[in-house]
Design a binder for this molecule. Structure first.
Ligand SMILES: Cc1cc2nc3c(=O)[nH]c(=O)nc-3n(C[C@H](O)[C@H](O)[C@H](O)COP(=O)(O)OP(=O)(O)OC[C@H]3O[C@@H](n4cnc5c(N)ncnc54)[C@H](O)[C@@H]3O)c2cc1C
Length: 492
């Protein structure tokens, strides 16, 4: 049905289908609303492959809580977890029959959750996976196990309401570890809601926002799942042996595909959210006349110099980021259609989208909130949903971890051989390019005194300000190059 609609009709139908969603409602009610939206088929679980532009647009339209259609902060998270992390992982990692099953699950309004994060691993989840899935030949099944408290999956969105889960676990076959792999499994009975044997869940507790979303800590004890649970596009078990089924080897980057699509969707939604907050505030500030001493014209609130400056900064930065994100989206959509893996440059560009979009949205909305007086307290401003941006900041790759990687990669291409220690001061120009070079040079000089890898890590940490300044400069350069403008993210 969705395919037959014009773009305008599709947007209208999506808004109609989500009318009345959101607010401070219990997670079970929110889950029911999401099930209804899934069943409409307006966004298909398979659109991430077949119509990726629609997948991203739905995120832009629906995500901004309190401002756009989905209303509640938690609903926004649950929406992207369902369509991107859960369904998207099955789509990207699953074999043909697993992918085909998505159609029936869509018709049934199946809710899924995505279990990656582990308590001990925190923001390094994926890199560190202690949950195990051991192949047991006698049973022709996998045994899922949480070996210790730190290996518990935590923060799992929709864990308390979903009936299906994609679980990332370290696959062990014949005593050999093959690293993290994805498994899809039923976790709860559709009718009774009872958890399957051996899966336990704890509520993560009350949050400062997004309490319409349930978050769970999940553990597995003596949980057996069939061979068909292994998402087997890239790897499978044949004759009790681990086999690679494609030329592409299963590795972290392959699992990480969904984090990349989610990263970009969240980046775009954050920019859209900030734009809507500013649009509303602008209307208010344009209409509000302020007092002025006798003889002087009465300014509008939006003309007070520091407030005018915030609006100008927001216009420039949010426009730049929206254009940048659109360019990155277009590159990514081409690959999604082919189910191909992005190269290192695109991965970095997506990281830049995520970090800069979310943090710029946080900075700008925070500045605005502090300066617009009583308006900021009014529900109509939408500012009560600003904490939602914090969820965006942690989700799909932590900002600090992404910046660390950007800085490390920048230093890899800057070998010591490119400069010689002469004892003389090296003069750098004031252009952004020269300043970026200066940061790499300074960091390179500091690191060159390392006596061991551990010492290099210590020096890296001690010089974190240089590290993040370099990463910021790289981000700013990517945005400027892509949209053909000066570097503005750090200038204004
Ligand atoms: C609302 C919500 C929903 C979520 N939903 C899901 C889900 O559905 N599925 C899922 O798998 N996960 C989910 N997560 C987990 C999320 O993706 C993060 O992995 C998790 O929040 C990390 O949490 P932490 O506080 O334990 O991180 P920590 O590891 O404690 O890190 C906290 C902060 O410390 C800093 N930090 C830590 N280590 C480093 C380092 N090495 N270098 C630099 N800085 C560092 C960073 O600033 C980081 O933000 C969700 C999280 C939230 C809050």
């Amino acid at each position: 049905m969705a395919e037959k609609l014009s773009h305008e009709q599709w947007v209208e139908a999506l808004l109609e289908a989500t009318k009345g969603f959101g607010g401070d409602i219990p997670p079970v009610q929110r889950a029911e609303q999401l099930r209804g939206l899934i069943k409409t088929g307006l966004l298909k679980f398979t659109d991430l492959r077949d119509n990726p532009e629609r997948f991203f647009e739905a995120h832009r339209i629906l995500l901004s809580p309190g401002i756009n259609a989905l209303g509640g902060e938690g609903m926004s998270v649950a929406f992207t977890v369902s369509f991107n992390l859960w369904a998207g992982s099955i789509l990207g990692l699953g074999g043909p029959s697993q992918v085909a099953a998505l159609d029936d699950m869509q018709k049934a309004g199946t809710l899924g959750c995505f279990c990656l994060t582990e308590k001990y691993a925190g923001v390094n989840s994926g890199l560190v996976v202690q949950t195990t899935a051991t192949w047991i030949p006698e049973r022709q099944q996998f045994l899922l196990d949480t070996p210790n408290d730190g290996a518990k999956k935590n923060w799992i969105s929709q864990g308390l309401t979903a009936t299906s889960a994609v679980v990332i676990a370290n696959l062990i076959v014949n005593g050999k570890s093959h690293g993290p792999h994805g498994f899809v499994m039923k976790i709860r009975d559709n009718e009774t809601g009872d958890l399957v044997q051996g899966v336990t869940m704890e509520d993560m507790g009350l949050k400062t926002c997004a309490n319409d979303l349930d978050n769970a800590a999940v553990s597995f004890k003596d949980v057996y799942v069939d061979r068909s649970a292994l998402l087997n596009r890239y790897a499978d078990i044949q004759d009790d042996k681990y086999v690679q089924t494609t030329e592409t080897k299963m590795r972290l980057e392959v699992i990480g595909q969904r984090l990349l699509t989610g990263r970009l969707a969240i980046a775009e939604a954050s920019v859209e959210f900030a734009r809507r907050i500013f649009e509303r505030a602008r209307k208010y500030a344009d209409d509000k006349i302020c007092w002025a001493p006798k003889g002087l014209p009465q300014p509008r609130l939006s003309e007070i110099p520091h407030i005018a400056a915030i609006f100008a900064e927001a216009d420039a930065k949010l426009d730049a980021l929206a254009s940048y994100n659109a360019k990155v989206e277009s590159r990514l959509c081409t690959l999604l259609r082919e189910t191909a893996i992005p190269d290192a440059d695109l991965v970095e560009c997506i990281a830049v989208s995520k970090v800069k979009s979310v943090w710029t949205a946080i900075d700008l909305t925070d500045k605005l909130k502090r300066e617009l007086g009583s308006y900021s307290l009014m529900a109509e401003s939408g500012m009560q949903s600003i904490p939602w941006l914090l969820c965006c900041s942690f989700a799909e790759g932590d900002g600090r971890i992404l910046l660390q990687k950007i800085a490390r990669d920048s230093m890899k291409s800057f070998k010591k051989s490119t400069w010689k220690e002469t004892g003389k001061e090296i003069i750098f120009g004031s252009s952004p390019e020269q300043q970026e070079m200066k940061l790499r040079f300074q960091l390179s000089r500091v690191l060159s005194s390392a006596t061991s890898p551990a010492d290099a890590a210590r020096l890296w940490n001690e010089n974190y300000e240089l590290v993040y300044a370099l990463a910021d400069a790289v981000c700013d350069r990517h945005v400027a190059e892509a949209i053909g403008e000066d570097r503005i993210l750090s200038k204004l």
